[in-house]
Ligand binder design. Structure first.
Ligand code: AHG
Ligand code: MN
Ligand code: MN
Length: 340
């Protein structure tokens, strides 16, 4: 059988170094830390049913969400690994109330935001989960790190990506020069290039949304979802509904196959549920780099000026033409309202 795993992540990063504007190799040190942490979390996820790490931790995070044991384990592992990289001043995590300033690293160059375990409601049922990361350069490393370094627009990310602990374990990332995917070869414990230069199809036939919330979506979203179900051969409708409830898994499928992912505002979550710094920005950077689009309904996600760490924004992202179509519904309705 031909074996494609000849380029390891490490080799790939060395080869691409000149494109990263990262002459000192700082970014590659951060990647090494992320890679190590992901292998450790992957090891824990793979044996989750056998040891006592399934279920709830008995605590809630700053957003009032119940923490799973694996949320806490993954958070500790990633924060420790990033702290030891020697390059990171601040780690922001969905699971921590405040920014974590790495002791003794006040003047390092980078800030990293993480969703240590995304899709935690799927842990106990053995569906795909993952880790999302987003890397920013500090505007002024001579000054001691401060909260100001943390609230940067997504367009300033220097790298972003995710590890998906699925039927195989993968890393998909961008440094602003396209998107590449690596699959973990379990035997040699190396991430090997398996999906070079990923491009999301411009059109797709999949829509991904928690349709249980339909009644509380704003009307344009309801109208778009009705449109998805209409019959029309030319546009391949009705589309297929696919929704796992792990952003990473839903995003990964749509990235490879084409599709649109929506998390609209709802009555109970008027800004949507997904978090700008840990979920939306990294995914938006990836999808744009793959030729797709990511929008809040009002502006490009990467243009949103964050006002707080745990801020949420509504999300429309995926294949370019599908996102455009959703926006036609949303914009049409705001025009109508403006004319009232
Ligand atoms: P997390 O597990 O990191 O809290 O994220 C869960 C998120 C995301 O992964 C997913 O897309 C979304 O929650 C699902 O939300 P609903 O259950 O409301 O559909
Ligand atoms: Mn998440
Ligand atoms: Mn999470």
């Amino acid at each position: 059988m031909p074996y494609s795993g000849l380029i390891t992540l490490e080799q790939f990063i060395v080869d691409q170094q000149s494109l990263y504007k990262d002459a000192g190799g700082s970014l590659s040190k951060i990647f090494r830390s992320l890679e190590l942490a992901a292998k450790m979390v992957n090891r824990d996820v793979r044996k989750a049913g056998l040891v006592d790490i399934l279920g709830n931790q008995g605590s809630t995070n700053v957003q009032g969400e119940e923490q799973k044991k694996l949320d806490v384990i993954a958070n500790d592992i990633f924060i420790q690994a990033l702290s030891r990289s020697g390059e990171v001043s601040v780690v922001l995590s969905e699971e921590n109330d405040d920014a974590y300033f790495v002791p003794g690293a006040e003047n390092e160059k980078y800030v990293v935001a993480i969703d240590p375990l995304d899709g935690s409601s799927n842990i106990d049922v053995n569906a795909s989960i993952g880790t999302i990361f987003s890397i920013y350069r500090r505007p002024n490393p001579q000054r001691d790190a401060s909260t100001e370094d943390c609230l940067q627009k997504g367009k300033h990310q220097v790298a972003a990506g995710y590890f998906i602990y699925g039927s195989s374990t993968m890393l998909v990332y961008t440094t602003g020069v396209g998107v590449n995917g690596f699959t973990l070869d379990d035997n040699i414990q190396e991430f090997c290039l398996s999906h070079p230069n990923i491009e999301i199809p411009e059109d797709g036939k999949i829509y991904s949304v928690n349709e249980g919330n339909l009644a509380s979506f704003p009307e344009p979203y309801q109208q778009y979802l009705a449109y998805c179900k209409e019959k029309d051969k030319a546009t391949f409708r009705p589309y297929s509904a696919r929704y796992i409830g792990s952003l990473i898994a839903d995003f990964h499928r749509n990235l490879l196959k084409g599709g649109v992912f929506l998390y609209p505002p709802t009555q109970s979550a008027p800004k949507g549920k997904l978090r700008l710094m840990y979920e939306c920005n990294p995914m938006a950077f990836l999808v744009e780099q793959a030729g797709g689009a990511a929008h809040t309904g009002e502006e490009r996600i990467l243009q949103v000026a964050p006002s707080e760490l745990h801020q949420r924004v509504p999300v429309i992202m995926g294949s370019k033409n599908m996102v455009q179509k959703v926006l036609e519904f949303v914009e049409q309705s705001s025009l109508t309202t403006a004319n009232l």
